[in-house]
Design a protein around this ligand. Structure first.
Ligand code: FPP
Length: 252
């Protein structure tokens, strides 16, 4: 057990005895650059440290019994960053895969990568394929890594896919429902996130899971991603448990 796990134990107990654990948590991991900048280090060091937070949130989700976790690791907009930073992020992805895939598989985590794979380098594609193949049997937690991901692109691709099926006579336009539309997205098979967490205090959704977060509770913390650990995750879930989810209805 890690130090973080020991320190966060009482909060974990509180979550377990609280009112419902989210089935799906989505996280916008932000603040790596600032974390590194505060130390006078290159941005890449923030991303490297951020990988440890990824480990901690996976541990936390397994401990709570959360079945789906989606992490925004690299947005479509991130392709506009300096080539050096993009290449560092892609190397980190390969490192993450090599370091974690076996343990993830042993712990029952199934990794799925969502996003536009056509822009990934051959090496990054090999990593993505290898972690998906190694973890395909995982049945405790689905870990969706959003890489080269943009939600508007995802929605457009789903709409086009359904339009093509209509044009081919396989589907009637009126048969397109919220359920069938959801199943045409990259996240098919996962419930909508109950809780969306964003670190580093920014109040934006940044083209992340726009369709899927229609009714999600949003939790923004000032903590920078590399400092985010199990305690922060459980605090977010405790806050979620305190909220009254109405889905547009009146409850009293
Ligand atoms: C945002 O911080 C973070 C990213 C663009 C990358 C997130 C990547 C990781 C946590 C590491 C890799 C993870 C996996 C799963 C392989 P920012 O750079 O925008 O920070 P800033 O807003 O402070 O500049």
């Amino acid at each position: 057990m890690t130090e973080d796990s020991i320190a966060s134990r009482p909060l974990l107990e509180q979550v377990r005895s609280g009112d419902g654990v989210p089935a799906h948590i989505a996280i916008i991991m932000d603040g790596n650059g600032r974390w590194a900048g505060e130390r006078g280090w290159p941005r890449f060091m923030g991303h490297r440290e951020g990988m440890k937070s990824v480990r901690r949130v996976v541990t936390g989700c397994l401990a709570m019994g959360v079945g789906h976790l989606t992490l925004y690791a690299f947005s479509k907009e991130n392709w506009a960053r300096p080539a050096e930073e993009i290449s560092a992020l892609m190397k980190l992805l390969s490192e993450y895969v090599e370091r974690e895939k076996q343990e993830l598989a042993e712990k029952g985590v199934r990794v799925k990568v969502i996003g536009d794979r056509s822009r990934l380098s051959p090496a990054a594609l090999v990593s993505v394929d290898s972690i998906e193949a190694a973890t395909t049997g995982g049945d405790r937690l689905v870990l969706q890594l959003a890489i080269s991901y943009g939600s508007r692109d995802e929605i457009l691709a789903a709409a086009r896919g359904l339009a093509v099926r209509c044009a081919a006579g396989e589907l009637e336009p009126l048969e397109i429902t919220e359920t069938s539309f959801s199943e045409a997205l990259f996240t098919a098979g996962s419930p909508d996130p109950d809780l969306l967490i964003r670190t580093s205090g920014e109040m934006r959704v940044s083209n992340f899971l726009l369709w899927q977060i229609a009714y999600s509770e949003i939790y923004v913390t000032p903590v920078l991603w590399p400092d985010f650990g199990e305690v922060d995750l459980y605090e977010a879930v405790l806050e979620y448990q305190r909220r009254e989810r109405r889905f547009g209805r009146v409850t009293r």
